[in-house]
Design a protein around this ligand. Structure first.
Ligand SMILES: NC(=O)c1ccc[n+]([C@@H]2O[C@H](COP(=O)([O-])OP(=O)(O)OC[C@H]3O[C@@H](n4cnc5c(N)ncnc54)[C@H](O)[C@@H]3O)[C@@H](O)[C@H]2O)c1
Length: 273
């Protein structure tokens, strides 16, 4: 594989919690392709300190804490990153999701509405805030690329995904709407990557995750896409090879989204003889 797809590019990566995180793997792959990175996560997520190990692995990347629901924090983040890089950034990864209702096992029909606000703010509106701050500061270079991670529950019902499904729908809508305005004004492109279920801290928080991942595996002609493959896909979207791709929801799921049923799943319903 080429190793200079992101040579000279500079980016901000949100959401690397531990070495399972999609953001963690994306930071490693982006660095391997020549990018310089600033890492960020919510201040509470930094208590474990693991992000500093990642920072060291990618050449001493700065770590700037920011709660992605806080416009003030996001402003300080973009200002800090531009100061560090000596100019604008080329790419941003939004790899953030959290639902108190899902975490606490609230049934979708009986959610706590204050927690719903938190789900939407953290998992979707944070993308709007990130883009709005970046645009006001003119922090992203022309033809720059923003990628946010999403899940197919935005289009189809997966009962245990709860109010995260609503957050992902909003995230994908913000991607289209902001993608239009940022595209017209500054030629910045914005896409979501709709990833297969992946073993991470956020992923494993969904009830029945092991069954869910096995079902998805058996419904995907190529099998589930893993976190590393997702990182590579994000790198391709940060690169100049995809410069006319914007406002899209891009499935990275081994074919799951276009499979009605697989032979393997049908086989489970065959009468035993
Ligand atoms: N794991 C999966 O099965 C899967 C599938 C499709 C999409 N995704 C999406 O991928 C993204 C990354 O999740 P992951 O699976 O790597 O799990 P993860 O738990 O490693 O990452 C989630 C991150 O969100 C961060 N976060 C939470 N609240 C925040 C806040 N207020 N401000 C800033 N950051 C905050 C966490 O600290 C964490 O780093 C999420 O958007 C998730 O919904 C995951």
């Amino acid at each position: 594989m080429a190793n200079n797809l992101l040579q000279g590019k500079k980016g901000i990566i949100f959401g690397a919690l531990n070495d399972q995180s999609i953001a963690w793997k994306t930071a490693l792959q982006a660095h391997a392709q020549g990018a310089e990175v600033v890492l960020t996560n919510a201040p509470v997520a930094m208590r474990m300190g693991e992000i500093h190990q990642l920072a060291a692995q990618i050449g001493g990347a700065p770590v700037i804490p920011a709660d992605a629901t806080s416009v003030e924090d996001l402003t300080a983040l973009f200002e800090g990153a531009m100061e560090h890089f000596g100019g604008q950034v080329d790419f941003v990864l939004h790899s953030i999701g959290m639902s108190p209702n899902v975490r606490k096992g609230k049934h979708y029909t009986d959610i706590n509405y204050n927690w719903l606000q938190t789900t939407l703010d953290v998992s979707a509106i944070s993308l709007h805030k990130t883009l709005a701050v970046a645009k006001k500061l003119d922090a992203i270079r022309e033809w720059g690329s923003v990628v946010a991670l999403t899940y197919i529950a935005a289009q189809r019902i997966f009962p245990d995904y709860g109010d995260m499904a609503d957050a992902k729908s909003l995230l994908e809508s913000i991607t289209r709407s902001f993608g239009y305005h940022y595209g017209v004004d500054k030629k910045v492109r914005i896409n979501t990557v709709s990833q297969s279920p992946t073993v991470t801290t956020a992923g494993s928080g969904v009830k029945g995750f092991d069954e869910f991942i096995a079902y998805s595996e058996s419904m995907s002609p190529l099998g589930n896409a893993d976190g590393l493959a997702c990182a590579d896909y994000c790198v391709s979207l940060f690169s100049d090879l995809t410069r006319f791709v914007t406002m899209q929801n891009l499935f990275h799921d081994g074919g799951f989204s276009n499979t009605g049923v697989s032979q393997e799943v049908i086989g489970k319903f065959a009468p035993e003889d």
